[in-house]
Design a protein around this ligand. Structure first.
Ligand SMILES: NC(=O)c1ccc[n+]([C@@H]2O[C@H](COP(=O)([O-])OP(=O)(O)OC[C@H]3O[C@@H](n4cnc5c(N)ncnc54)[C@H](O)[C@@H]3O)[C@@H](O)[C@H]2O)c1
Length: 422
């Protein structure tokens, strides 16, 4: 896409949003509430992103649990600095759950532990914010929902697009028919790298915690015992958003893929391709590759009247059918030294990691983490709607877990409606 096209798309989106009755009146105004006292389990990469984006006026983190001492110390440092100078550290999450003053837990441990930790926490009377993907199996997801229902506690899943204002604006535009009927969504997440983490403390023995080796603890996302690879780590976010926008869930999926590039002992595929079939003839094509980052990541909704592209969680573009011609005219004018559209807004990073101009949303890629955690506290304190509850998490998890099977078997698989129901 040329810079002129991008600018046109960005301006179109901003103009269209300005016509929405709800524009500027989104849910997330500053408000005060009594902070929810909480602990976090798993302050690794994402856990610490959550901690740094956790507003202590909404959630006060008083305890941290991690089995890996360097991460426990890093997490404790953030908790003491931003939340509570007396924050406590634990290596066994059940100890953290024993604390009576803790009302909620944030779970950012590897996928295979989500369900057990969440169910234990809910049964201990805590509200739970659990990172995506919701759980390792559909049954595990359902156990979490049942535990939340029995305990009458809030269960939120960390698909942060649910709290991203750009996604809400795009959703409104799609609902009001701006881009017409949608038969095709294209989504992808492309990277160029091996996805490996460096092992910082090779002597640490994680076997008491169920990890076969330090390699498997640190690089858990590369092994089937703990992870569903690119499907659970990346695709689930995008399928969550597509389910939400479609107001539906896929009925079948076909896929293929393999370990094509990194034959380094990993078990999860480094390239995968899937096609999800939704009701009403909506087809979603998906790819996630680890050999080329040019396209970065986005979801592209193609309607009979126009296209909305949501890129990198920070950029929203709208093109009406025929706009490609208009953008080319602008390019010709620019080449001849004529007027071009102004580019005043700032945006995130492009595929190559270069800083580029964008939506004017004022959003950084991490803003939605702060908003989703504030939302979690609002639901607990004020009863405000949970925008990504267990039921929503289950829908995304069911679709990607079936897609993972389809990709591994290179088969078309039906997704029974029963899987989505609890
Ligand atoms: N929402 C997002 O955008 C996003 C982004 C990245 C990761 N995630 C999710 O966050 C979760 C964690 O991913 P990550 O990248 O931070 O992984 P990570 O390996 O960096 O962190 C996981 C942490 O959990 C700890 N841990 C493992 N088993 C434990 C146990 N039994 N008890 C306590 N601590 C334990 C590890 O020592 C580590 O510190 C995953 O579910 C992942 O999908 C979400």
């Amino acid at each position: 896409m040329t810079e002129q096209e991008r600018q046109l798309g960005r301006r179109n989106f901003i103009k269209a949003v300005a016509t929405l009755p709800a524009a500027g009146a989104l849910l997330w105004k500053a408000a005060s509430l009594r902070p929810v006292t909480a602990g976090i389990i798993g302050p690794g990469g994402q856990g610490r992103v959550l901690m740094e984006n956790c507003n202590p006026n909404f959630i006060k983190l008083v305890a941290v649990c991690d089995i890996f001492p360097p991460n426990l110390l890093r997490g404790l440092d953030i908790a003491k600095r931003n939340h509570d100078p007396n924050a406590e550290g634990h290596s066994d999450y059940r100890k953290l759950l024993e604390r009576k003053d803790i009302e909620a837990v944030l779970i950012a441990a590897p996928l295979w532990m989500h369900s057990q930790m969440a169910v234990d926490a809910l049964q201990a009377g805590k509200h739970v914010f659990c990172e995506k993907t919701m759980a390792y199996t559909v049954d595990d997801c359902k156990k979490m929902i049942q535990a939340a229902r029995s305990a009458r506690k809030n269960l939120q899943i960390g698909h942060q697009r649910a709290y991203n204002p750009l996604y809400h604006q795009a959703h409104e535009l799609i609902k009001n028919g701006t881009i017409g009927e949608i038969y095709h969504v294209r989504a992808l997440w492309h990277r160029n790298g091996d996805w490996r983490r460096k092992i910082e403390d090779p002597k640490f023995d994680p076997r008491p915690w169920g990890y076969d080796s330090i390699e498997q603890l640190v690089n858990w996302r590369l092994y089937n015992k703990y992870s569903h690879g690119l499907m659970s780590e990346l695709c689930s976010h995008q399928i969550h958003a597509i389910n939400w926008f479609a107001g539906n869930v896929p009925q079948s999926v076909v896929g293929t893929g393999g370990v094509y590039r990194y034959k380094d002992g990993r078990e999860v595929f480094d390239h995968l391709y899937a096609i999800f079939q939704y009701p009403n003839n909506l087809t979603v094509t998906y790819s996630s590759i680890q050999s080329n980052a040019y396209d970065h990541y986005y979801e592209e909704f193609m309607g009979t009247k126009g296209t909305i592209i949501l890129g990198g969680e920070t950029e929203a573009l709208l093109f009406m059918e025929g706009d490609r011609g208009k953008a080319s005219e602008l390019e010709v004018k620019a080449d001849k030294g004529g007027p071009v559209m102004e580019a005043s807004e700032s945006r995130g990073r492009d595929a190559a990691g270069n800083s580029v101009s964008g939506t004017g949303s004022g959003l950084s890629a991490v803003s939605a983490y702060r908003l989703e955690l504030e939302g979690f506290a609002r639901t607990i304190r004020n009863g405000e709607p949970n925008l990504c509850d267990g039921e929503e998490g289950l829908k995304a998890a069911t679709a990607i877990l079936k897609a993972d099977e389809a990709v591994k078997q290179t088969k078309i698989l039906e997704i029974s409606q029963n899987l989505y129901n609890v």
